[in-house]
Design a protein around this ligand. Structure first.
Ligand code: SIN
Ligand code: FE2
Length: 217
């Protein structure tokens, strides 16, 4: 193990960093549960494989995605929406593990949003070079529930913008185990991920995995 990875995994900070009203980074919040989360992600991906969805414009998305929970976020030429079944095989999305629910609930509570009960978990997989362009999470009818976003594996730079696409974005370095929560007045802020840098993570290898928990009903 290189010193670099050692520092990333074992010596990075804990605690909270406010980003904006209703938005906070919980440093290291998921670090202790990462091994358990990864085992669950493998189980989920065995049943609902990662795939590159098409945007409504017909372009392949850069990150590979799958879902767990009662509803899964999908994109294709018909648009963005939530579906109870995986369009690739017609089966319900794999169930949301209790460890996922608890982590999301506890992170939301720590960020000031008690009682968060996600019914959708989008799982994004980034290989080096992969990015996610600036967007809003706005396919959910209940905007009182926050978004809870868990980072695992390779580090990334998170862009956190304003309520208009053209607003300036803050750049936040996220590492393995960090959790970002945004809700309330920040719920519709634009956000994205800069291209992930080349690297090898001690647990995940050449990838970053992001879990995005939402209440989609
Ligand atoms: C997303 O906005 O869906 C993903 C954000 C991230 O990968 O951290
Ligand atoms: Fe998003």
């Amino acid at each position: 193990m290189t010193l670099d990875l050692f520092e990333t995994d074992d010596a990075s900070s804990t605690g909270r960093e406010a980003l904006a009203p209703g938005a906070v980074v919980l440093r290291g919040f998921a670090r202790a549960s990462a091994v358990l989360l990864l085992a669950e992600i493998e189980r989920i991906a065995a049943r609902a494989p990662f795939r590159h969805m098409l945007t409504p414009g017909g372009q392949q998305m850069s990150a590979a995605m799958t879902n767990c929970g009662p509803l899964g976020w999908v994109s294709d030429r018909r648009g963005y929406r939530y579906e109870p079944a995986d369009p690739q095989n017609g089966h319900p999305w794999p169930s949301m593990p209790e460890s996922f629910r608890r982590l999301a609930h506890d992170a939301a509570a720590a960020a000031g949003f008690p009682g968060f009960a996600p019914d959708a978990c989008l799982i994004n997989r980034y290989e080096p070079g992969t990015r996610m362009s600036l967007h809003q999470d706005r396919d959910e009818p209940d905007l009182t529930a926050p978004i809870v976003s868990v980072s695992l594996g390779l580090p990334a730079t998170f862009l956190f913008g304003g309520l208009n696409r053209g607003d300036a974005s803050d750049r936040i370095a996220l590492v393995h185990g960090d959790v970002v929560v945004w809700g309330g007045p920040s719920r519709l802020r634009f956000h994205g991920i800069l291209p992930v840098q080349e690297g090898t993570h001690s647990l995940l290898g050449r990838q970053r995995i992001n879990l995005t928990f939402r209440k989609a009903t």
